[in-house]
Design a binder for this molecule. Structure first.
Ligand SMILES: *[C@@H]1O[C@H](CO)[C@@H](O)[C@H](O)[C@H]1NC(C)=O
Ligand SMILES: *[C@@H]1O[C@H](CO)[C@@H](O)[C@H](O)[C@H]1NC(C)=O
Ligand SMILES: [Ca+2]
Ligand SMILES: [Ca+2]
Length: 213
């Protein structure tokens, strides 16, 4: 969870930089084909959820460039939906999915690796992914997470409450708590998240949706 919070903070920062530098282009679209949808669907993926997925990636000519089941550590990967932890095409194309659902996404370069490309992805590549969602969990930005952090139930997070939360998360992941480090992290978090600078993170500031999706 802590790592997710941190990577979210990084993504938020990146998002700021992007929105400063980028002009508005015509919206590129992801083509979504549902390959399998389970009969039972208790909840659907939404912004801020954490998803566990297996995926295969293909170039336009059909050559596979990645398969999470056979490459690397062969593990399915967790990521937070909607915060640019992954390419935009995933953030857009993996909403409203059930656990067990499989989709084929065809993603134009603007929503993938763009003009530059990345690693073995050449510039201006349209990519196709076959993605299976294995599990969906509440993300760090969920209502449930907020309530867990808001110790005195006043619908806002104080620096103390955020610090207590960081300490707990550290302990849960087997790290020794470190007051200096936590205080620095709290300052960082408030600098980015306490938009109206009143010294508290309100539930609105906490669950704020980045509206470019
Ligand atoms: C398919 O496209 C990729 C990326 O452009 C390239 O690296 C690969 O060699 C191509 N494969 C074939 C069979 O043309
Ligand atoms: C605690 O964190 C601070 C700041 O990151 C670091 O300089 C210090 O070495 C850490 N102390 C311990 C005991 O790990
Ligand atoms: Ca509170
Ligand atoms: Ca505030």
């Amino acid at each position: 969870m802590l790592l997710t919070v941190l990577s979210c903070l990084c993504s938020c920062l990146l998002l700021l930089l992007l929105s400063v530098s980028g002009g508005k282009l015509p919206e590129a679209e992801v083509n979504i084909e549902v390959l399998h949808r389970p009969f039972l669907c208790h909840r659907k993926s939404k912004y801020g959820d954490i998803l566990l997925v297996h995926h295969q990636g293909y170039f336009e000519n059909g050559t596979m460039f990645h398969d999470s089941r056979t490459e690397g550590d062969k593990q399915a990967v967790w990521f937070t939906l909607g915060i640019r932890e992954v390419i935009k095409g995933w953030d857009k194309g993996l909403q409203d999915m059930c656990s067990g659902e499989k989709r084929k996404l065809t993603i134009p370069p603007a929503l993938a690796y763009g003009k530059e490309g990345k690693g073995k992805i050449p510039p201006e590549s349209t990519l196709t992914f076959v993605i299976e969602v294995l599990e969906i969990r509440n993300g760090p930005r969920s209502h449930e997470s907020f309530q867990e952090m808001d110790l005195n139930d006043d619908w806002r997070l104080s620096k103390h409450e955020v610090k207590v939360y960081l300490r707990k998360e550290f302990e849960r992941h087997g790290y020794a708590p470190n007051d200096t480090l936590h205080e620095n992290m709290v300052e960082d978090i408030f600098a980015k998240e306490d938009e109206n600078k009143d010294g508290f993170i309100s539930s609105r500031e906490f669950t704020y949706k980045h509206d470019e999706l």
